[in-house]
Design a protein around this ligand. Structure first.
Ligand SMILES: [Zn+2]
Length: 239
């Protein structure tokens, strides 16, 4: 029985490592998700910056077309001035032309202001493009790092699984079944040492006859509370 427990302890040592390595492997892709969120965010920002440039350019173009139309109107009126008959008509038309010209210079100022805005928006778009490129590089670095980590974990897991396979024939089937069942339900820890008079797994206080049985070691004793197989610390020391 002591030998059996010793083998189980070796198995537990391997399974404990396997449990943590597999969990680490499982969680690895989550680290990439964070980099993916940053990347998606940057893509959205760039798209918004691009749309801002486009929208400003479109407004600028519209205003330029409007200005051309208005300037053509002024020219047309100027042409008509030669055909007017009376001074009154002439003055009225001159006034109309002056008003149109004043409106046009306001429009010209608007267009100049828009040109500045387009320039500023283009600068921001370029900045966003730079940030996106950086985020893409960071994402790629992170992806490679996680791939490397996963490969390392796979190699470690494979090695431990091989060691595990070598140990399995040394454990009687009934014991192995019990052990595996506890292992699955107790987060990779099927064995627990006695700690004072309690179970080292769940810290529940154990009845004296259970403790005695563990020390006597005639059969495997499980904790009534967490089902872990109990062992005495003295097994670790010199026999
Ligand atoms: Zn327990």
């Amino acid at each position: 029985m002591v030998d059996e427990l010793e083998v189980l302890k070796q198995l537990q040592n391997i399974d404990g490592q396997l449990y943590h390595l597999r969990r680490e492997k499982q969680q690895a892709p989550q680290q990439l998700e964070q980099a993916q969120v940053v990347l998606t965010n940057r893509q959205t920002q760039l798209k918004a910056a691009e749309e801002n440039v486009k929208s400003l350019q479109m407004t600028q173009k519209e205003k330029e077309i409007e200005l051309q139309t208005r300037e053509a109107n002024v020219k047309k009126l100027q042409g008509q001035m030669f055909q007017v008959k009376t001074n009154k008509e002439y003055t009225a038309m001159q006034h109309e032309i002056d008003t149109l010209k004043a409106d046009n210079s306001l429009l010209e100022e608007e267009i100049i202001a828009l040109l500045d805005q387009v320039e500023e928006a283009s600068r921001m778009r370029q900045e966003e493009q730079k940030r996106l490129t950086e985020a893409q590089a960071a994402f790629e670095d992170e992806r490679r790092r996680i791939q490397k980590l996963t490969d390392q974990l796979d190699a470690q897991i494979k090695q431990l699984e091989e060691s595990r396979q070598q140990l399995l024939p040394k454990v009687p089937p009934v014991t192995l079944e019990l052990y595996q069942r506890v292992l699955l339900n107790r987060e990779g820890l099927a064995l627990a040492p006695l700690v004072d008079e309690s179970c080292g797994g769940c810290h529940r206080r154990l009845p004296p006859q259970v403790i005695n049985e563990v020390y006597i070691g005639n059969r495997l004793v499980s904790c009534e509370s967490c089902n872990r197989i109990l062992y005495a610390h003295t097994l670790d020391g010199p026999q």
